[in-house]
Structures are given as C-alpha cells and as structure tokens.
Design a protein around this ligand. Sequence first.
Ligand SMILES: [Zn+2]
Ligand SMILES: [Zn+2]
Length: 337
Amino acid sequence: MKAAIFDAPRQMHVGPWTKPQPGPDEALVSVKAVGICAGDLYIYSGKNPYTEYPIIGGHEICGVVDSIGSDVTGVQPGQLVVIEPFLSCGKCYPCRVGKPNCCANIKIIGVHKAGGYADWVVAPATHLHPVPPALSPLWASFAEPVTIGIHACRRGEVKAGEYVLILGCGPIGLALIEVARAYGAHVVAVDVLDSRLETARTLGADVLKGNDDLLGQVLEQTNQEGAPVVIEATGNTKVIESTVNLVAAGGRIVIVGLVARGVKVQFPGLDLTRKEMTLLGSRTEVNCFPEALELLASGQIHYPKVATEFDLWSAPEVFAEISRNPDSVRKGVFVRN
Ligand SMILES: [Zn+2]
Ligand SMILES: [Zn+2]
C-alpha cells in the first residue's frame, strides 16, 4: 500500500509500506480523512520521546471499514467509522480503576503503531465508532480532538452558566471552547495572538488578550473572585503557573497542555491549602467518542469549518511548511478520495 512515512526527525516520504492484515478481533479501515495534530508535528520534528522511526503517523482517523476479522461483531464492511486510537492493556492499576487513558502500557495508533497517513490502517473493532449520516469524513475526523475537550470539561465538571476561563486558543483550545459552550458555560478564552482570539470569538467565546493584566481583567469580570474553572491548553510553564492566581478559591484547574519531560512548574505552596482549589490533569479521553460524534452531528461544534484540506500524498511538503510556519494553518486535515 501507499503511505506517508516519518523516516527520522524532519524526514518524511511517500512510498510503499506492507499492507496490514486485521487479526481476529480487528478491522481493516480504508482511510478517508485524517487530521494533523500537534502530536504528529512532534513526531515530524523529533520531539516525541515514544516514537521509533520509521512510523506512519496520524491518529485522528475517519475511514470506511474494508474487512473484518473472524471474531468481529458490531461493525460491517462499508461502514464509515472513526477510530479511537488509544489502546490500553486492561490489567494495570489505572486500567483497573477506569482510567485506561493513563494505562502504563498504552499504545497509540499513529504514535507507537502504524497510523492513518496511509491507504489502510488496522484497529481493534472495539475502537471503531460509526459516523452519524450527517457528517462528512473531514468533519468526523474532528471527533478525536473534540474528545480531548469533552474529557477536560468532564474532569473540570463544567456546568451550565459557569464562568470558564480557557487559556490558549490553538486547535485543542478551540475544542475546549466549543464543548464548554455546548455545556452552557460562559466561556472566556485567552490567547496572545489576535488571529486566534478572532476565531475564538466567532465560536461564541468572550475573549481576553493574554497580557500582563490578565489577572486584573479576570477579577473584574468575576466580582474579584477569580474564575470558578480554569482550563489550561498552552503547555507554557508561565501560563500553567498563572492558573493558581486566576482560579477562584474553591475552584477547579484542569491542565491539558503538555510540557516537555522534566520541565518543572512552580506554585506558591500555600495557595493549595489557602484556596483549596482542585488541581486536575487531563490526558486524552475515556469513552468520549460517542458524545463527540453526537456534538458534531447535532451542529454544536463548528470549528471544523476553519480546517484546511490537503491531499494526503502531499504530506511531506505540508509538514515541512507547517513546521516552518506553525500559524499558517489553524487546523490541517488530509483527505483521500
Ligand atoms: Zn490529536
Ligand atoms: Zn493498562
């Protein structure tokens, strides 16, 4: 089959790769649309510590079931599906307590195993979710990033009417904005780039520029109390550190943004007891795909309209361009016809 292959940091080519065969409980999926995620850019640039080259990236995958293994029930060849790319062991402590997203042996399709930048990809049938009829493959490929937003909002117990401060308006920030809006929250989004704030505004968020007086502005908007919920989606240490100031006493902080391995984040320790805030990490998702597809199909998620479509076989040029100029594309999606 044909695939777009990451060969080494900053080296990628389109060429032949052995066509995968589905095992007894797996399905072979013909790829239709596959998103470009920050995670893929990390593999491209050599910043993903888990990658062993060569690898086929792409974990935001929508495609048509081509064939199924002998033990598979519930999905049929010809069905349009999205793939839940996180494969957990089911045996370790986090798996046993219902947190397979933190599995000690997690394998991600498109990171540890061949992903969607190819003609075909194999996945366990249990990880396929049927796409509602209203959705195109491109829109359905947004299910995975939307699940990240859903999981973070579930972690933060975002409620209707609540003031929710979202730090960062990149692709994941936009997913957070839309999910929190769908939950009825009053969303205030922060970024340093005007172009990103403009997009956030079109999605129904109030916006604040991430400048020196952000705390003052948030206090002013919240009767000097601070934000009941702060969701961090920049991965910038200074921004992560600012969350303890921005949150209201008794409020919740959800950290979604990633920092590099070994990087320290510092808080004044007294704030943890004085404010008694709940500090939550949020990693990928747990059982969020059905809700993500529902939100997309019901028209409550709009940001796939900012996507730029690329031909999958132009991936080497597209990755070179995006890594040179990260703000040239708000969200890229490869499509195959
Ligand atoms: Zn992703
Ligand atoms: Zn596990």
